[in-house]
Design a protein around this ligand. Structure first.
Ligand code: SAH
Length: 451
């Protein structure tokens, strides 16, 4: 059996679901971070367990053909990216396989898979960042969490984020130092500034700056605003109040300091109002491809009703609203539902209504009202759909279900449950919305069995 501190030559033969490399030695799985399939490495064992071991590549003896030089200096220490070191084609192949594996292993299903849709950009594609702010031994850091830790690595210029975000972080650093702004210490729960949360609307260039604070007011706002006014596209400054001792980044209350408190993007031709607390896909250009695929699967007609469950600010449903008779959206966050209603108005969409509530409860109520949607869209958070929701959806009895998911494991589980409830997966398209990370989005089309 492999022991701690053993060293041996190891061939990397696969990736874990988190994107780490894995090889076999003496019949045992050895996990080695930052390696690529095809690498031959000198592996030093840092942790040995009964059934597996964790190693570190101390030397790459023969590099994989998929290897590239990471573009980002922080790649090895930062926990943000898993795939700074392999070609994008290899990353796409891994993601397509990950979705297939989930369907087979978790769902026991092997539907038809379409080729993975690549992200239009692999760098600077994100429109949202939440930077933790820390001061340790007097040194201020604003950046990202290190791998599996709450240590903050100074962000520098993250290559996934828009360039303006780096400029704004530098502005905050100067402002904190010039005005002696206190920084939150998560161990003792004291200090003001916790996170800097930024959003950019790619279609309009508008930028939202949100300071997450352990307090009720943001001091020295004028000097901050003066500095921010030099940033191209800066539109609004908001303070988010978070006084809880928690890992959750955002509190429930936002105070508008400058501008309207929101920015506007355009997605699939639909104007979208974005407030700080509303969900919005982080890769806008990728989201357009995802929603186009969802629309292709839904193939709506003007006689049809569509039920968009977990609708956020209404984005998916609104992109189809002009082709349907009626659109009903359901979402649990009140601010997102308010945005969805405003979005309908902004786009002169009059055939949509939005319900704020838990998807399971609202679906049950809609069923009791006798609503008969032709297509149900599901786009839940990573944990997937509640079992009772799937049951209710099957009782509502739509012809089609279009399931958009950011977690292949829960998607596969829910598709297996839906099969028992009478719905068969016809086709799945993986869509890469998160280049350089191990995350992958998918959209699945299900229809009634035997029809
Ligand atoms: N379809 C939207 C949002 C998808 S993200 C888009 O593409 O932009 C998932 C959404 O589900 C989030 O907006 C989240 O607030 C919402 N949500 C989470 N749990 C929910 C629940 N139990 N009932 C209804 N909505 C929920």
């Amino acid at each position: 059996m492999v022991q701690k501190n053993d060293e041996f030559k190891l061939k990397i033969t696969g990736y874990t679901s988190e994107g780490g490399g894995v090889g076999k030695f003496d019949g045992q799985a050895i996990f080695v971070e930052n390696t690529a399939v095809g690498d031959e490495v000198l592996c030093h064992v840092i942790k040995a367990k009964k059934t597996y071991a964790v190693g570190k590549a101390i030397k790459i003896i023969k590099p994989s053909k998929d290897r590239i030089e990471p573009q980002c200096d922080a790649f090895r220490s930062c926990g943000g990216c898993s795939f700074g070191h392999i070609k994008y084609e290899a990353e796409l192949e891994y993601k397509a396989q990950k979705v297939k594996d989930a369907f087979e292993r978790i769902g026991g299903l092997s539907p038809e898979f379409k080729p993975i849709v690549a992200s239009p950009e692999t760098a600077r594609y994100r429109n949202k960042a939440q930077y933790p702010v820390r001061r340790e031994n007097g040194i201020l850091s604003i950046g990202f969490y290190a791998k599996k830790s709450h240590r903050v690595i100074d962000g520098g210029d993250c290559l996934l984020q828009p360039e303006e975000f780096t400029e704004i972080i530098d502005i905050f650093k100067a402002w904190i130092n010039e005005n002696s702004i206190t920084v939150y210490n998560e161990e003792i729960g004291i200090g003001l500034l916790r996170h800097i949360y930024l959003r950019k609307a790619f279609a309009t260039g508008e930028i939202m700056v949100c300071a997450v604070i352990n307090g009720t007011t943001l001091p020295h706002c004028d000097s901050l605003l003066e500095k921010l006014s030099s940033v191209d596209g800066f539109k609004t400054l908001v303070a988010n109040i978070n006084r809880e001792k928690t890992n959750v980044v955002l509190g429930e209350k936002c105070i508008n300091i400058y501008g309207d408190g929101y920015i506007t993007d355009i997605l699939c031709g639909v104007k979208i109002k974005l407030s700080p607390l509303s969900f919005y896909q982080v890769n806008r250009n990728g989201a357009e491809l995802l929603y186009k695929k969802a629309a292709e699967y839904a193939a709506p007609t003007t006689e049809q009703t569509i039920l968009d469950l977990y609708c956020g600010t209404g984005t998916i449903g609104l992109s189809m609203a002009n082709s349907v008779k009626e659109l009903i959206g359901v979402e649990i966050i009140p601010e997102a539902i308010e945005d969805a209603r405003v979005n309908a108005q902004l786009n002169n969409i009059t055939n949509a209504r939005f319900i704020c509530g838990d998807a399971s409860v609202a679906a049950e109520e809609l069923k009791n009202e006798g609503i008969k949607p032709d297509t149900v869209i599901l786009d839940p958070p990573r944990k997937g759909c509640a079992e009772e929701l799937l049951k209710t959806v099957s009782q509502i009895n739509p012809q089609k279900i279009v399931y958009v998911s950011c977690d292949p494991a829960t998607l596969a589980r829910d598709c297996a449950r839906l099969l028992d409830l009478g719905y068969k997966v016809k086709e799945v398209t993986p869509v890469d919305m998160f280049p350089r990370t191990h995350h992958v989005e998918s959209v699945a089309l299900l229809d009634k069995k035997g029809i």
